[in-house]
Design a protein around this ligand. Structure first.
Ligand SMILES: Cc1cc2nc3c(=O)[nH]c(=O)nc-3n(C[C@H](O)[C@H](O)[C@H](O)COP(=O)(O)OP(=O)(O)OC[C@H]3O[C@@H](n4cnc5c(N)ncnc54)[C@H](O)[C@@H]3O)c2cc1C
Length: 479
């Protein structure tokens, strides 16, 4: 089959019937018709259609060798040119969503590619586990499967000396091992798009000490006992004019409950292995390959934000003020810094021990830390430039009502009529102030572990002996 169309994605997910709960009710019927899910499913479908477009297909996919094609994110890069190809394809998809979809399929497809490249690692526990990973990859490329993942245990007790030990009943763990597989009971913190993908990948947090929680496996979203408890949707069923972003890009995040879920042995990559739980991150290129996709997306997102800000400025004619220019300069600096980080990572790329061309981790790690810190300031910048313009935003119904004349007269701007001005400011509001916009800010800060844990890891992992030796030498020179 190879690449699928948007309709094939929708039909497949509709036929899965995973157990999703929203607003106290289990979603029944077609997911693509549910008010909270239809916007994001339509958007994802449009991404699948985009990769099939005649002029895009070469950019977005590669030949599998059997006459079929698969999305480029599945492609294990062998050269620096391959990395560039991957970046450009990631950015093509990101452009279709303003970079606002953290979990476009290329994110998890990249993770699957990376784990499969280093699947030999799983042989150390059982050769079959290595095959399981390769089989999943094979199936995913053949059928263009989509994935979400859950890596983190629930936020019950993050105390310094609390390690989710065996007496903790909340975090998902092995309850029983049977001849058919593992029985998992408990919960995982979160999966963005939980239930909206074909499969769920479950990996442990690095550094886990409790072996019953140290498991890696994948499950179809409709596995019995697997329950997705979704947060309130930020797609309020409003028009594109009213909620230009929330109506299309709200990915929905879910708590995952494993209610005595059977994970068949064919789906297991490792189990009860605190050692492999660390090695899947430290001995593979999971981090650089995944963050390469992330940073590619974040560049596009920053461009989208910059364009929105500049339109606001032009609309109410505030570009002549120093303060305004200073704030826009901050966004431009962020954009150029992110572009530089990714190019640096590609320039310094090396083939890893599994034969995959791997971008350098350090610039990507720096980019991740930087973006988690800088992103919330974009919302502050939008708010400080938009001021009251971000709340004088009547909706589409107001514009279609008898007060239209008032709106036309009193909401006009220096360089736009009332309707165009409100359109631009509603976009800025949805980017920075609505529930959708604030979730974006939370996402960019935390989806990869939070700003503090990211910088702690950079501090401990960054090789800086040459700099230390240089300064020591400098100090040792006598007059
Ligand atoms: C919008 C969104 C979408 C997400 N999607 C996914 C997903 O699809 N899949 C997935 O697996 N995960 C997802 N995550 C979860 C993400 O991985 C976690 O939010 C992240 O790892 C941080 O964990 P936490 O939320 O439990 O925060 P906590 O670890 O509980 O942190 C809370 C606060 O305590 C502090 N703190 C906690 N522990 C320490 C420590 N040891 N040292 C210093 N300070 C500490 C933190 O700095 C932070 O300020 C998502 C998160 C968000 C916000």
């Amino acid at each position: 089959m190879g690449l699928i169309s948007g309709q094939q994605y929708i039909d497949r997910i509709n036929n899965l019937h995973p157990e999703i709960w929203i607003d106290g009710e289990q979603v029944k019927g077609k997911l693509s018709e549910h008010p909270a899910l239809k916007g994001i499913m339509k958007t994802k479908a449009s991404l699948y259609d985009l990769q099939l477009e005649e002029e895009k297909i070469d950019k977005m996919s590669f030949h599998l060798g059997n006459g079929e094609r698969a999305g480029i994110a599945f492609y294990p890069p062998k050269t620096k040119e391959d990395l560039e190809k991957r970046r450009l394809a990631f950015q093509e998809w990101a452009k279709a969503t303003g970079g606002l979809l953290g979990r476009s399929p290329d994110y998890l497809n990249t993770i699957l590619m990376t784990f499969t490249q280093s699947a030999e690692l799983f042989k150390t526990q059982d050769p079959k586990f290595c095959e399981n990973m390769r089989n999943l990859y094979e199936k995913a490329t053949r059928e263009d499967l989509s994935f979400t993942h859950t890596f983190v245990h629930p936020q019950v007790n993050r105390g310094k000396y609390h390690y989710n030990l065996a007496d903790d009943q909340v975090a998902a763990r092995i309850k029983e091992k049977t001849k058919d597989g593992l029985i998992i009971k408990g919960a995982r913190l979160l999966a963005t798009q939980g239930g909206l993908t074909d499969e769920l990948i479950v990996f442990p947090q690095g550094g886990i000490r409790e072996s019953s929680m140290a498991n890696g496996f994948s499950l179809p979203a409709n596995t019995p006992g697997l329950r997705f408890i979704a947060r309130e949707s930020f797609d309020y069923g409003k028009s594109r004019f009213d909620h230009p972003l929330g109506s299309r890009f709200d990915e929905l995040d879910s708590v995952i409950v494993f209610d005595d879920v059977l994970v068949p042995w064919e789906n297991v990559f490792f189990y009860e292995s605190t050692e492999l739980s660390g090695q899947v991150y430290s001995q593979t290129s999971f981090f650089p390959q995944t963050v390469h996709q992330v940073v590619s997306r974040c560049i596009v997102k920053t461009e989208f934000i910059l364009g929105t800000i500049q339109l606001m400025i032009h609309t109410i004619n505030i570009g002549g003020y120093d303060l305004v220019q200073d704030k826009v300069a901050d966004v431009i600096i962020a954009l150029e810094a992110m572009k530089a980080f990714i190019l640096s990572s590609e320039m310094q790329a090396k083939v890893d021990r599994w034969g995959t061309m791997t971008p350098a981790s350090e610039p990507l790690h720096a980019a991740l830390c930087y973006y988690a810190k800088i992103y919330p300031t974009f919302s502050e910048i939008i708010q400080s430039l938009g001021a009251s313009g971000l709340i004088t935003i009547p909706n589409e119904k107001d514009f279609n009502s008898p007060i239209r004349g008032d709106l036309d007269d009193y909401l006009q701007a220096a360089n736009a009529d009332a309707e165009d001005r409100v359109k631009i400011f509603r976009l800025a509001w949805d980017l920075s102030m609505s529930a959708f916009g604030t979730r974006q800010s939370l996402y960019e800060q935390f989806f990869f572990g939070g700003p503090l844990s990211l910088s702690k890891r950079l501090y401990s992992g960054y090789f800086r002996d040459p700099q230390i030796e240089w300064v020591k030498d400098f100090l040792s020179i006598k007059d």
